[in-house]
Write a protein that binds this ligand. Structure first.
Ligand code: F6R
Ligand code: ZN
Length: 189
């Protein structure tokens, strides 16, 4: 019997961001988010190097492994493109039977979940809130608060990503700041 004293991975006390050996950090800048926001012209005029969100990702097992799990922290900066709040690109999972958990740790926002028939529902995210994303459901998080939004996610290692469907068809609603109030606007396809 042996005890492994070293903590391999942990959530940083304070900001709750995942860190440790093999944690991969990526970020999405304004310049990476073409066609994501409604006002593409406004996005193209913004500072292209400015970070919209960052992900710290731990893949302790090879992608595609049946039964494996991944975990990651996402930090969405506070900001807007025109009146639309900063948000993640959003995706379906390639393996459509995969589900996922999101849970909020800092800031406030919305989790948008959309089925393949384009019906959607929204859950409010705040520190401690837990969100179950069922199979065949696209998901995106929107930072509607007045600070960074930080949340964690855990999902199957064989889930994969389908970004293309959302890139081509978008979500069926968008969230705008209208006079300081997060407002949900339905979008026709
Ligand atoms: C993984 C997952 C999250 C997101 C992250 C960034 O299945 O849902 O870790 O990958 O919040 O969002 P996207 O991937 O939509 O750019
Ligand atoms: Zn996902």
């Amino acid at each position: 019997m042996s005890i492994d004293n070293a903590i391999k991975y942990k959530f940083n006390t304070g900001d709750n961001v995942l860190y440790g050996t093999n944690v991969i950090c990526t970020s999405k800048k304004i310049g990476d988010l073409k066609q994501v926001f409604q006002n593409e012209e406004a996005r193209s005029r913004m500072e292209q190097e400015s970070i919209v969100y960052s992900v710290s990702l731990l893949q302790p097992i090879e992608a595609g492994t049946l039964g494996g799990l991944f975990i990651g922290t996402t930090i969405i900066e506070q900001g807007q493109v025109d009146q639309e709040y900063y948000m993640t690109k959003g995706h379906f999972h390639k393996n459509t039977s995969s589900s996922e958990f999101y849970w909020g740790t800092k800031g406030t926002g919305m989790v948008l979940m959309m089925k393949t028939d384009r019906t959607y529902h929204i859950e409010l995210m705040s520190p401690g809130s837990i969100h179950f994303i069922p199979p065949e459901t696209a998901h995106r998080v929107i930072n509607t608060g007045n600070e960074k939004l930080i949340f964690n996610a855990c999902w199957p290692a064989d889930a994969g990503y389908d970004y293309e469907t959302i890139y081509n068809e978008g979500f069926s609603c968008r969230i705008f700041n209208q006079h300081g109030i997060p407002t949900i606007i339905d979008i026709e396809k």
